[in-house]
Design a protein around this ligand. Structure first.
Ligand code: PEP
Ligand code: MN
Length: 356
């Protein structure tokens, strides 16, 4: 059972709930978030039902939930959520395209990538300043200098920025530049990091761990939510299987399954799933058709010179095709509010295709 306190509830009112529950033989764990306080209850739930917690001062909601991920479950919120990233919606009516370089390398490369992304109808810019690389000898990212570049490119293009944070100690710094914090596949169960981003006051994109079940993914999201931050977008980015032809195996069924279990939006990363440029479009088609709320793709003006993940980066012509695919498929799957730029680019790409 979870008690959600009203936004203006006082510490004394939260304390009153805890005292009531403890007197009734249960235990209560208070999480104070930026926008709300949440109290998780353990013990005899049937007995708590007799305490009339819903009418205690400061209580906004009392929710009885059977699954281990509570706040992010559809038992807690029946309607699918819309998450806004600096005003850009991600949710059931939209198809949000996030695009940008895998890593911020230079100011020019980031600006060029952002312009390519924007022209193709992307609403948000991605780009890593802190890169969690498998090899310690690989490019690790520019750190704060990369964050400054992202902020400059946002000022230049108007695209809000999604960027990864890998260390709990960097969360405040990254949050001071970013519009959305990304938690990568390798950190999906880094619980101190999840708690830190939960308290950072910014929306979070939580990538699925490459070895994680959907339930583990949702419990990781719960760590963020438990800190009072329900602005979470789930991202399926492929899982490890025995198959070696692709970098990871895109678990396409995870999209409708996660959407059924959780009210949070679910997007797909076809770039890190397939790991190959030629697979990004087919996997994007699959993602949109299955009902993903958005896609996030790597782009690069010169993939052959990229410091990270060049083989999967899209170039300008791929992006036009992607816009065409997105513009044509979106209305078929009930996405009524897509970025007009996506539709325009898609229509242009289609016309070019017809003329060619
Ligand atoms: C990324 O998006 O840059 C990235 C590292 O992705 P993942 O965590 O899915 O590997
Ligand atoms: Mn990458």
């Amino acid at each position: 059972m979870v008690v959600v306190m009203a936004a203006d509830a006082t510490d004394e009112q939260a304390g009153g709930v805890v005292e009531l529950v403890r007197k009734a033989g249960g235990d209560a764990f208070v999480s104070r978030g930026v926008s709300r306080t949440i109290i998780g209850l353990t013990g005899d739930v049937d007995h708590f039902a007799t305490l009339n917690l819903a009418s205690q001062p400061g209580v906004s909601d009392v929710v009885r939930i059977s699954v281990p991920y509570k706040l992010v479950s559809r038992e807690h919120r029946r309607e699918r959520s819309v998450i806004r990233v600096a005003g850009v919606p991600i949710g059931p009516d939209t198809l949000t395209v996030i695009a940008g370089p895998c890593a911020v390398e230079t100011a020019e490369q980031t600006l060029e990538s952002a312009r390519m992304a924007k022209a193709a109808g992307a609403s948000l810019l991605r780009g890593g300043a802190y890169k969690p690389r498998s090899s310690p000898y690989a490019f690790q990212g520019l750190g704060e200098a990369g964050l400054r570049i992202l902020a400059d490119v946002r000022a230049e293009t108007g695209l809000p920025v999604v960027t990864e944070v890998v260390d709990p100690g960097d969360v405040d710094l990254v949050a001071s530049y970013a519009d959305m914090l990304q938690v990568g596949t390798r950190n999906m169960q880094n619980f101190p990091l999840l708690q830190a981003v939960g308290g950072a006051g910014k929306p979070v994109m939580l990538k699925r761990g490459m070895n994680a079940t959907i339930e583990e993914w949702l419990m990781a999201a719960e760590y963020i939510a438990q800190r009072g931050n329900l602005d979470i977008v789930l991202c399926e980015r492929g899982i490890r299987t025995f198959e070696k032809a692709t970098r990871n195996t895109l678990d396409i069924s995870a999209v409708p399954v996660a959407q059924r279990l959780s009210h949070l939006p679910v997007i797909v990363d076809p770039s890190h799933s397939g790991g190959r440029r030629d697979l990004v479009l087919p996997l994007s088609r699959a993602a949109i058709a299955v009902g993903a709320d958005g896609i996030i793709v790597d782009v690069h003006p010169r993939p052959e010179a990229a410091l990270c993940d060049g083989p999967q980066a899209l170039i300008e012509s791929d992006l036009r095709e992607l816009a065409s695919v997105a513009a044509h498929l979106s209305p078929l799957v009930g996405r009524t509010r897509v970025n007009p730029c996506l539709t325009a680019t898609g229509a242009r790409a289609n016309l070019v295709g017809q003329l060619a």
